[in-house]
Design a protein around this ligand. Structure first.
Ligand code: SER
Length: 314
């Protein structure tokens, strides 16, 4: 089948790299980048671009009609920290954006839909370490609430209407190409920029806050592997636990010091994101992803840190 792929929310931290990867696999003309903002990577990643607001059903209809996509990736969302600044907007975008896309995917018979969930679906009463796929989930951010509700909708559309929806619960994603967009895990990207620029960084999360993280190369590869897996191997239609590495700011700083020996880490204290981080898992059990579609991360802390610093230095 000739693929036509829409990436909605293409200018964000994930979209920027996903569009490039998909264009390598499927050809530039077959991957349509869509966002509410003009892309600043246009020249490097030449290919079709459309202005699309996922809350605007008229525009979505035009785009589905024009491209009749075989696959849709919906990445447009408000993340955890920004979501808390504007809870109603976060709910509206994260929830109605998803429902709009699921509905158009049914009408236009889109073969596969991808929608990202997050470790934010877990909450203070979820097990902290090696958090299992199925456990108590009581998210207390609007982002986490919208992701948990979205997971239920994805499974619902699969069970009731047969839509082939696939999803991953991303941990904090670490990358150098595009900036992260307002998450609680963003410190783990900022720290690299500041280490190279100033030799020091003040973390808004405490020294001992361990969170699940992943290098973007692994996240993109895992996402495409999930989308390419045979449908009958996908046993989870809500969203898969997905793990890379777990570390604290302290441990990350120690790894950075192997490259920048004088690097100094301090702590701002008193940041609203600390509470969010405290309600999330420290590490994730991704046994189902391993079993169902042979997931295996390639980047550990050392390899990720070295790669981040080499690329940011350029
Ligand atoms: N990186 C996201 C956030 O911090 C988690 O999915 O909001």
């Amino acid at each position: 089948m000739k693929e036509k792929i829409l990436v909605l929310g293409s200018n964000g931290q994930i979209g920027t790299e996903l569009v490039s990867a998909l264009r390598l696999d499927y050809g530039s003309d077959n991957v349509i980048a869509c966002d509410i903002r003009r892309p600043d990577y246009e020249i490097k990643n030449a290919g079709p671009f459309e202005f699309v607001n996922v809350l605007d059903k008229d525009i979505l209809k035009v785009i589905f009609e024009k491209y009749k996509p075989t696959q849709v990736y919906l990445l447009a969302a408000l993340l955890s920290a920004t979501g808390e600044q504007n809870p109603k907007l976060a709910w509206d975008l994260n929830m109605n954006g998803l429902l709009n896309v699921l509905d158009f995917a049914l009408v236009y018979k889109t073969a596969k839909v991808y929608w990202p969930s997050s470790i934010a679906v877990f909450g203070p009463n979820s097990p902290k370490n090696n958090t299992p796929q199925y456990c108590t989930m009581d998210p207390n951010t609007v982002y986490g609430i919208s992701k948990l509700a979205g997971e239920r909708w994805c499974e619902y559309y699969h069970q009731k209407y047969g839509l082939d929806v696939r999803s991953i619960r991303y941990p904090g994603l670490i990358s150098w190409k595009a900036a992260p967009g307002g998450g609680t895990t963003d410190y783990a990207v900022h720290i690299f920029h500041e280490a190279l620029k100033k030799g020091n960084y003040a973390s808004f999360l405490s020294a001992t806050t361990a969170l699940p993280m992943m290098y973007m190369d692994d996240a993109i590869r895992g996402t495409i592997e999930l989308m390419n897996a045979p449908a009958d191997q996908i046993t989870i239609r809500s969203s898969y636990n997905f793990a890379g590495v777990s570390f604290t700011p302290e441990v990350l700083a120690a790894e950075i010091r192997k490259h920048i020996p004088d690097f100094k880490l301090s702590y701002t204290g008193n940041d609203h994101r600390q509470q969010i981080a405290d309600s999330w898992p420290s590490s994730i059990d991704d046994g189902f992803a391993k079993k169902d579609w042979a997931w295996k991360p390639e980047f550990d802390l050392a390899k990720m840190t070295a790669d981040m610093l080499i690329n940011l230095k350029k």
